[in-house]
Design a protein around this ligand. Sequence first.
Ligand SMILES: Nc1ncnc2c1ncn2[C@@H]1O[C@H](COP(=O)(O)OP(=O)(O)OP(=O)(O)O)[C@@H](O)[C@H]1O
Length: 697
Amino acid sequence: MRGRRKIDLQTLDLFAQPQLSAQDTLGALARLSDAGLLRRLDSALAAFVHGQDPGAEPALLVAAAVLAQMEGRGHSCLPLAALVARPNDVLAWPREAQPLLAALWDRLPPRLEDWLAALQRSPVVRTVQDGSGKAVCNGVDNAVDDGCPLVLRTGAEPLLYLRRYWDYERGVAAHIARRTEVDAEPDTDRVRGWLDRLFGPSGADKPDWQKLACALALRGRLSVITGGPGTGKTYTAARLLALLFAMAPDAQQLRVALAAPTGKAAARLKQAIDASLLDLKDSVQGELDLEALVQRMGAARTLHSLLGARPDTRYFRHHAGNPLDVDVLIVDEASMIHLEMMAALLQALPPTARLVLLGDKDQLASVEAGAVLGDLCRDAQAGCYLPATCAYAESAAGQRIPAEFMAAGAALPLAQHTVMLRESRRFGGPIGQLALAVNRGDAPAAQALLAEHTRLGVDAVLWARQGGAAQRIAEDAVHGRGRQASYAAYARQLGLWRSDRPQTPQEHEDWVCGVLNAFERFRLLCAVREGDWGVAGLNRAVEAVLQAQGAIRKEGEWYAGRPVMVTRNDAQLNVFNGDIGIALPGFADPSRLRVYFLQGEKLHAVSTARLAQVETAFAMTVHKSQGSEFEHTALVLSAQGGNVLNRELVYTGITRARQAFTLWAEVPGLLASAIASPTQRSSGLLRFLEHGVRCSA
Ligand SMILES: Nc1ncnc2c1ncn2[C@@H]1O[C@H](COP(=O)(O)OP(=O)(O)OP(=O)(O)O)[C@@H](O)[C@H]1O
């Protein structure tokens, strides 16, 4: 937003007079948009509200604009008490904009009650009370939703919504409430027998959360399994599938689907589940035909493709009226699912089907509004298990839940269907320790770990660098540091085209796969897009270094070796948002570049002319890297990052690295301030679950 500022904030004069009319307010909001403090869309919503209600008061117009701005930053609603009392906490404007904010707030009502009254007086705002079933619009009892664009949820913490987000939250909460009702309990002796076969016996010293997750998943139609990298979420999900298969009255008829928000995450899920299931063949000794299950599951899909996204619309082919044809759906990387997508997914799922969500609750939430997995996992760390859950866990999984994980009083049914896996199997080393330190907000420990390892030299697993020109980052990325993965292997593999040119289609395919696999070993991850330390600047810098060493010959937009990331789903071309491909000469006609993608084990080629929605991918945002892992990642923190530099971003960047992690910080203090800034997205989802989902007709 700061990049779009055209006006000097110091000289911006918002108001001619102390009183604020609706017109003055709209003018001020428009000027704040010109100055880049709001988006055009934000002030446009206020103007729209005024168009619908010429009597709209300044507080309503300001609330509407801020609500739109919040939606753009991933929040599903606006907490009004915080806005009135601490506007800057909500708006997060830069220091130089504080006088403007103070001038605006001086002219607005000082008390929350007055804001609420201003909102409730307007016909554009529908007022609803949690749990009462009462809805009021324009002061009139109104159980029927007549399309008010804004919704005000009253109560101890009033929330203002754009109507569609209120609908999504309410819909998601209603589905979750239904799905977490306990069905008939399964035969616990059988469950326990199968769990012992699938997992082996467990020690008595601590609970086996993996077994517990499987047992709890049988009790309802929603199961949430969260945990950091390598804690065995996929391992557990494969065993859960085998268990469901073993317990199903007609196992051969069980329809199972796998999905994830991105194509890459979907492919990884399928690979891991297949391998895990086939590993289990011995423990099920011919009693379960797991090979047949693997065959029947088919490929994992992106959520868009599973739901049947209709191009250029918000609509899907599958919905409540045309539900998905599944009995069990496992969705990985659930932290990336935004509110609207979760609402669509839950609607499209038959009421009897089981949904299993896998994901790391501490990762970055989606760019779009909502942090659904984070919300659903609010109690995951604490457990909050009720006595009935503990009794069931003991009889079905042989697991005694320690007192510290039991609910102190009432607890959400959702918590009884949520399990956090706590032991990482492949992430215990320095990278894991660093991730844990970041996650618990311990900046000194994170910095000490980085400093200690950096001292070990260029081969160190952790490595921290500070300041200097972005050129240094690019050179490091291309030439590598020590023995850690870099783009050097990719450049070497690319060079084989000239020194050892493929002579047969098979050799060509092997070479293409070699380039793609070498490229996947390393990645530069940025917090921001713009600037020298952002995606755009670093892509240019890496290209310049590769060009200088002769690895690429960049003459136009496309060149042999250009790695690209697809930025928009294109079902016709069979490429999806987040897919990474590399432009390379074809075998039959080397003068024409084709972009090659690895889809599972198979190569997929698309002509460069047909791929319009792509961007160069030597550097990518941390957001776009979710669902991927690399041997070595270098996380680049730009001084321009502002409040994008937060704890979840750093944690997500670190946990993309399997063997080595490098941190580049443009100025001192960026890491510590990011760690000190956990993201809090405003949402009312859990409140719906706490109060019952009855607040509207
Ligand atoms: N109970 C277990 N016993 C033995 N090995 C296990 C167990 N749980 C997990 N593993 C192994 O640990 C590794 C990580 O497990 P898995 O890939 O399922 O973790 P994950 O949480 O899905 O990771 P990611 O977040 O990266 O997707 C795998 O090699 C898996 O086989």
